[in-house]
Design a protein around this ligand. Sequence first.
Ligand SMILES: Cc1cc2nc3c(=O)[nH]c(=O)nc-3n(C[C@H](O)[C@H](O)[C@H](O)COP(=O)(O)OP(=O)(O)OC[C@H]3O[C@@H](n4cnc5c(N)ncnc54)[C@H](O)[C@@H]3O)c2cc1C
Length: 618
Amino acid sequence: MSASADVAAAGYEGLAAAERGETAGAGAAIVIVGREAGARQILRRELSKRYGADYQIVACDRPAELAPWMRDLRAAGLPVAMVIGGIDAQDRDGIEVLAAVRAIDPRALRVAAVGWGDWASVRSVFDAVTVGKIDHWVIRPVQAPDEEFHRAITEFLREWGSQRGGGFEAVQVIGERWSARSQELRDLFARHQVPAGFYDAASGRARQMLRELGLESAELPVVVLRFAAERSALVNPSNPEIADAFGLMRPIPAGEVFDVVVAGAGPAGLAAAVYASSEGLRTAVVEDEAVGGQAGTSSMIRNYPGFSQGISGATLAQEMRRQAWAFGTTFVYMRQAESLSRHGGHYRLALSDGSVLAARTVIIATGVAYRRLGIPVLEDLQGQGVFYGAATSEAPAMRGRKVFVAGGGNSAGQAALHLAKWAQNVTILVRAPSLAASMSDYLIRQIGAAPNIEVCYHVQVAGGTGTGGGHLQSLVLEDTASGARRTAPADALFVLIGAQPRTQWLGQGLARDRRGFIITGPDLPASTHARWPAARPPLPLETSLPGVFAAGDVRRGSVKRVASAVGEGAATIPLVHRYLARAAAGRETPHRPAPPPGIPVSTRPGPSRRPGDLAYAQ
Ligand SMILES: Cc1cc2nc3c(=O)[nH]c(=O)nc-3n(C[C@H](O)[C@H](O)[C@H](O)COP(=O)(O)OP(=O)(O)OC[C@H]3O[C@@H](n4cnc5c(N)ncnc54)[C@H](O)[C@@H]3O)c2cc1C
């Protein structure tokens, strides 16, 4: 039986046309599956009322026929956004039914609808989410309207829509499919949640677009901005040019001194900005890549408190950015903080565009960067099959491909699971003998349950080859125990092998440990590298420079998690207040003479202290 035939034959009483599958202009379908008629009907009624204009709502009462149904819908031009099914008495196999959807349509979200009070069943649902058999769960509506139910459904549909793309394109990128810059731009727009379409310059459509723009022989990539009243096209633009063209930044008047300038807009920097600006501090944030930092590259963060269904890293970051913006934070996008100095009683943060931000206090939240493989042939293929992070934005292009992920941490596990939705198979390459010490248990279980993910232990990437056209073709894999090497055909390699702190830009100006992580608070006097210049002991999270704080992954000893980065970012603000109050009272006079104006601050020897000397000033 075809989907449309069943819908038409169903003859539900009192249902609108949309519920009978006659929705004109529906761009996608929501499929309800289950044998229990009552549960099906409630879902159908509620979903039709709220989403019937945009989605075709169809119900399948025979789970065994779900696969041909979904294929029929696809053949009719209706992708399935969501399959929602019950796990009631008549549908005890409900989770398996939903799990099977992945093989039919990897993009359709699988949602279990649990009856209110059926707490005996929810444990199996939680377990199914944990191992990736289903994507989400929701309590079935108990009243009409049931806004809690709709809040969840709307969020699922938003998730589906943003993963699917293909809708409104605020930006169009025309470039070579396998060029590093094209990949950077795809990643940039995805992480900023700017709806962007990518057009391979070799395609007829792209050539036509370039012709219409009069840019047939322009340097690639070309970025077309379609949201402004007048469309504009940027030819091979730099990131700052793109940021400026978006018109989001306000000019900063000469002589403006911020209370606090934050370097880095990852979770730590964004949290600091939200709290600082909400508490009336004049705040600026500088970010050189994409808002959200590492978290912005995660397709789903499941352990951030308060989001029981998980939240995409980019969504979390954009919400925090908007929050900080609404409170009055000034954002400076696509500019790198290049040096920190002290002049005229203020800190001066010099940026990559030549401008300088003056501030009474500074928060360094520049996080960490992915460690590189350091294999020249593979470095040359970056963006052309070799990717650092970027699993979220590149995943759809991996359809049917042989994909490798190097790394054994949570970020590698998440990337592998996300890529496996599209790839033919994903091989995780791990140097260690097991994942247990480096990856969360829930990810290990999801990976174990994924039919197209394989984990290879005691293996490292030792080399590779590219095609004549400059795209990854194979990898040389080395057994770390025996040293034996083998060559494996590979379409893509995603590298997530740990990280190093982004502190090189600070020069010698700030006390750091051997690996480059910033030393803060009570650790400072104990460190042989650090010299503390003030007459008081350092505040928690304060660096070797009074009034300069560090938060998040960049800080020595920090817990490398989103929630802890957010916590540290927020925790810096009371310390900033305390420092500013002391400075206003003239109690922040340096213990030793301040460095000459305009000279980068340095860690010249100062009086050494014993840890026991510490007593925090109020
Ligand atoms: C793929 C992936 C998945 C993850 N999943 C999880 C998860 O599920 N749960 C969890 O708790 N943690 C997860 N993590 C870890 C988590 O994302 C990090 O701990 C967190 O993002 C750290 O935040 P941060 O703000 O300290 O630093 P970052 O996120 O590294 O942000 C630092 C920011 O500073 C910017 N920056 C750097 N240098 C400069 C400069 N000189 N000038 C201006 N800007 C600069 C960077 O571009 C970046 O945006 C994941 C990490 C990755 C990579």
